[in-house]
Design a protein around this ligand. Structure first.
Ligand code: ADP
Ligand code: ZN
Length: 188
């Protein structure tokens, strides 16, 4: 018999459907009468702060946390599925927390960006992928050529953002687009 407890990672660029897929897995786990705890980091400033939201309009409530270790304090005895969105915004301690939960017999489902706007591995996501049992890498649609998009184009005032700009920037003139490798531009 297969023992319970493993790590799943859902990764890809922006608009690739990571949140949509995470919400789908949460919904199906609840249909199967699993006890699911849902978390997200505080930095996500999308319009619904206490929920995981997809660009397609679906959402599910989430507990907002500052650090991955807070997950341990929120778990009930009966919690057997833990879902975490926007994992790229946690520090590396999220890897240890995910491992501990999986070792305890919990199904851990993580979703997040695997690359930043420069196309470089993003935060703890690559490390989680290394220790995960299952990885789903999703692609969006490139807004320039219509092909599969593995990357996120950052635009500042409509122009490709330079490589040495900050990875996270809060500001009105900032925009993100799904693009493929060939249409993705990072000026140096
Ligand atoms: P992610 O969490 O990866 O950013 P979401 O689940 O929030 O993805 O959004 C996925 C949805 O975004 C799609 O179902 C689609 O409705 C919408 N969407 C908007 N632009 C694009 C695009 N360029 N490629 C694919 N989906 C897109
Ligand atoms: Zn393209």
């Amino acid at each position: 018999m297969t023992k319970e407890g493993w790590i799943e990672v859902i990764c890809g660029g922006m608009f690739s459907g990571k949140s949509e897929e995470l919400i789908r897995r949460i919904r199906r786990a609840r249909i199967a009468k699993q006890n699911v705890a849902v978390f997200k980091p505080i930095v996500d400033n999308r319009y619904r702060p206490e929920a995981i939201t997809s660009h397609n309009g679906v959402y599910t409530d989430a507990i907002v946390i500052h650090e991955a270790k807070e997950i341990l304090e929120h778990l009930l005895q009966k919690t057997n599925v833990v879902a975490i969105d926007e994992i790229q915004f946690f520090d590396d301690s999220v890897v240890q927390v995910a491992q501990e939960l999986a070792d305890r017999g919990i199904r851990v489902i993580c979703a997040g960006l695997d690359q930043d706007f420069r196309g470089t591995p993003f935060g703890p996501t690559p490390k989680l992928m290394a220790v995960a049992e299952y990885i789903t890498k999703l692609q969006a649609i490139c807004v320039q050529c219509g092909g599969p998009a593995s990357r996120t184009q950052r635009l500042i005032d409509g122009k490709p953002a330079e490589t040495d700009g900050p990875v996270i920037q809060v500001g009105a003139s900032e925009q993100y687009e799904a693009r493929c490798r060939h249409c993705h531009k990072v000026p140096v």
